[in-house]
Design a binder for this molecule. Structure first.
Ligand code: SF4
Length: 308
């Protein structure tokens, strides 16, 4: 078998919001010891979750599994106001790891709803971020997943409509949905700057660059990671076979038959070390980094965990 060349997409792997969320739980474990309860997976990655669990984090689906008065961390995907109110009612000590870029979308949802608009949220039903954003103005917000959904929309006043998006969508697909919305509601208003975040956009741009020259694309990430799944779909839309792998052990030998060049990336919630392990498993004869952007964004930690 010919050992493949690996084209490594850059940027890839952890984004600033994921780094911050993971650090928050790590700091809490260091400062207060376990158990530290976390509502939902802190980020959508099985390795990150297992690593924190081993150190004393306890992941729960809902707040009723958190003892009264205990510390609870809200995940990077954000929560609805109803969850915040419940935590307050229960006297829980909340440390919020919501990514600031998700918080921005929540603020827009509140602002748009307050001015009397129907808010159209473009996103995937059931995703935790979408659940949280919908909860900001549940009576005024409708969810659409595709341009077909737009055709079926019914709104109170077609001149008072705004849209928002989930932060981790495919840029090209979302543009089609926004175009459909603009065609149907010419006076629709959008966010001042894109809701699809810089990390999602950068990883998709970088992947496009490596997919162009690859026979196969591998994306390191977990199945419930929205931005990782979008990367696999994007590669396939660009005509390249692509697979999502949680780690190197998921790689199947038959995927590599006749493959000379592998494009490799990782979703924003996948740790960098997993990418290194995939490179090693592939036995690459050459590794070439294709950089399309350099990320310098960092988010400050909340006061509750900031080292003094
Ligand atoms: Fe924040 Fe984007 Fe990272 Fe999600 S993918 S945590 S929105 S920076």
């Amino acid at each position: 078998m010919v050992l493949p060349v690996v084209l490594l997409a850059s940027p890839r792997s952890f984004c600033a919001g994921v780094e911050r969320a993971v650090e928050i739980v790590e700091h809490l474990l260091d400062q207060r010891g376990g158990p530290i309860h976390v509502r939902k997976q802190i980020v959508h990655n099985t390795h990150v979750v297992a690593g924190l669990e081993a150190r004393g984090a306890v992941f729960v689906d809902e707040l009723d599994a958190v003892p009264d008065g205990a510390t609870v961390v809200f995940s990077a995907h954000g929560v609805s106001p109803a969850v915040r109110e419940e935590a307050q009612r229960r006297g829980l000590d909340v440390v919020d790891a919501t990514c600031p870029l998700v918080t921005k979308v929540h603020a827009e949802a509140r602002r748009f709803a307050k001015r009397g608009d129907t808010v159209v949220l473009i996103g995937h039903a059931g995703h935790e971020e979408v659940e949280g954003t919908l909860g900001e103005a549940p009576d005024r917000t409708v969810l659409v997943e595709s341009a077909d959904d737009v055709a079926r929309l019914e709104v109170a006043d077609p001149d008072r409509v705004s849209y928002l998006t989930q932060t981790t969508l495919a840029v090209d697909e979302t543009a089609d949905v926004v175009a459909a919305l603009k065609a149907r509601f010419p006076n629709i208003k959008g966010p001042a700057s894109d809701d699809i975040c810089y990390a999602t956009t950068n990883r998709q741009d970088a992947l496009r660059e490596v997919a162009r020259d690859a026979d196969l694309v591998l994306v390191v990430g977990s199945a419930n990671s929205s931005n990782s799944v979008r990367l696999v779909e994007l590669a396939r839309r660009n005509g390249v076979p692509a697979h999502l792998v949680d780690d190197a052990s998921d790689i199947r030998p038959e995927w590599l038959e006749g493959v000379r060049t592998v494009g490799l990336t990782a979703g924003a919630s996948a740790p960098p070390r997993l990418v290194d392990e995939v490179v090693e498993e592939l036995g690459a004869r050459d590794v070439q980094v294709r950089e399309t952007a350099r990320e310098t964004i960092q988010f400050t930690l909340p006061g509750a965990v900031r080292p003094r």
